[in-house]
Design a protein around this ligand. Structure first.
Ligand SMILES: Cc1cc2nc3c(=O)[nH]c(=O)nc-3n(C[C@H](O)[C@H](O)[C@H](O)COP(=O)(O)OP(=O)(O)OC[C@H]3O[C@@H](n4cnc5c(N)ncnc54)[C@H](O)[C@@H]3O)c2cc1C
Length: 381
């Protein structure tokens, strides 16, 4: 059978993939266990990744990126899954960069994007609060104007890159009396910021090396020039317009994790023996793997279609929501089935399949839960 090749892949993408793979194997993989133990990776690895072009490659060169297409960004997510690294929060960096790119003023783009591309700046996006997640319009964190500053009060939870971030895109109400129309995106620079604090990294059942924490804003004063696009009340619409990209990234990560988990499981079942046979020789095993291979290919073809649409500037919210919910659901099912085929070894954290399994669970929850995805799709019925 012919090997499948993503239609958006070119020779330049292949060269970039090779460089990313070498870098990840040399710099990330040897540190994977330590990052899991300490629940975060150190900022110096962000700067190393920036040096090889792994951060914000699809940001134009005038703002410090490589000016290439989303395919290069996609390769970084894929290589992270191939090597079972979930500590690197580069997807969030890419998402924040795109809010700035699309809605920021020239001054804001030049101020923040180049250092995000080098990894000197690490960003986070703070939407979720202890009291609200799916219902984004109900956020209660406020940014109220006082002269040339906003005074930010409130708290956020489950924030990826929360410990390392020094630039946080905070979703807050500039008009607390309104719902969607009261929401604005305010960039908070945290170095030396009075009234700002963070919790220690939160303990999670999966993605244990990824830095996730709570953030507290107690009268933090932020210049009004940090309001994304300098117009109040636009935040909800800015978020909605960019969410397809974020949701495609989750779908893509799911597919890459499926491909990686399936490959190691095929190898394992060829090597492990029971009843004088390799595990793969049992028809039950082969049929299960055949089903998983089919689902992985279907997911890949659909995600590649979405990537092509995104590169063409034509990915709609409904299609991206389909990619997010379906691929993350299939990822979870595949990880569970592949773990089963490893027997007891699959339950041992020493074996990568255990990580593919525990890391898969959250994909159905964040970036808009899968129920919210179906809600969005159902509006077009
Ligand atoms: C590891 C991790 C990292 C995260 N990173 C970030 C981050 O970087 N930034 C950030 O802002 N947030 C982040 N989140 C938060 C995440 O986006 C939210 O957890 C998610 O949006 C769900 O919100 P919630 O937890 O408040 O659940 P709730 O909104 O309370 O939902 C609870 C349940 O009710 C369901 N539900 C809610 N509304 C509906 C509805 N209308 N119809 C049907 N079912 C519904 C949900 O699907 C869910 O099953 C992260 C979460 C985790 C676990």
């Amino acid at each position: 059978m012919q090997a499948y090749q993503s239609p958006w892949m070119t020779e330049d993408h292949a060269i970039f993939r090779d460089a990313v793979r070498k870098f990840v194997d040399a710099e990330f993989v040897p540190n994977r266990e330590r990052w899991i133990e300490q629940k975060r990776m150190e900022p110096e690895f962000w700067r190393k990744a920036g040096e090889v072009g792994m951060l914000c490659p699809d940001v134009p060169t005038e703002y410090g990126g490589a000016g290439v297409d989303f395919g290069f960004d996609a390769i970084v997510y894929e290589e992270m899954q191939r090597s079972c690294i979930s500590s690197f929060g580069n997807a969030i960096q890419s998402i924040v960069a795109h809010y700035l790119l699309v809605y920021g003023t020239e001054e804001q783009k030049h101020r923040w994007l180049p250092k995000m591309a080098t990894g000197e700046t690490i960003s986070a996006i703070a939407m979720t609060e202890p009291g609200t997640g799916s219902d984004l319009q109900a956020v209660t964190t406020t940014a109220l104007r006082d002269g040339d500053e906003y005074v930010v009060n409130g708290s956020k939870t489950f924030i990826t890159n929360g410990t390392n971030a020094n630039l946080i895109c905070v979703i807050c109400k500039t008009d607390p009396t309104a719902r969607a129309k009261g929401i604005s995106l305010v960039m908070v620079e945290t170095d030396g910021l009075e009234g700002f604090s963070r919790s220690p990294p939160l303990g999670k059942i999966g993605m244990q090396g990824q830095d996730t924490c709570e953030l507290f804003f107690d009268g933090c004063r932020v210049p009004v020039s940090n309001l994304v696009g300098l117009e109040e009340g636009k935040g909800f619409y800015q978020l909605m317009a960019q969410l397809p990209r974020e949701r495609l990234i989750v779908g893509l990560v799911s597919v890459a994790a499926m491909e990686a988990a399936l490959a190691i499981t095929i190898e394992y079942t060829k090597g492990r023996r029971a009843f004088n046979k390799a595990i793969i020789e049992f028809q039950a095993t082969r049929f299960k793997l055949a089903e998983k291979k089919t689902e992985t290919r279907i997911a890949r073809v659909f995600v590649d279609y979405c990537i092509e649409r995104l590169i063409a500037g034509e990915l709609d919210a409904e299609t991206a929501s389909m990619a997010k919910w379906w691929c993350s659901q299939k990822q979870f099912e595949l990880a569970s089935d592949c773990l089963q085929l490893h027997g007891g070894y699959g339950y041992m954290t020493e074996y990568p399949i255990a990580h593919y399994f525990i890391d898969s669970r959250v994909q159905m929850i964040y970036a808009g839960s899968n129920e919210i995805m179906k809600e969005l799709i159902s509006r077009s019925l």
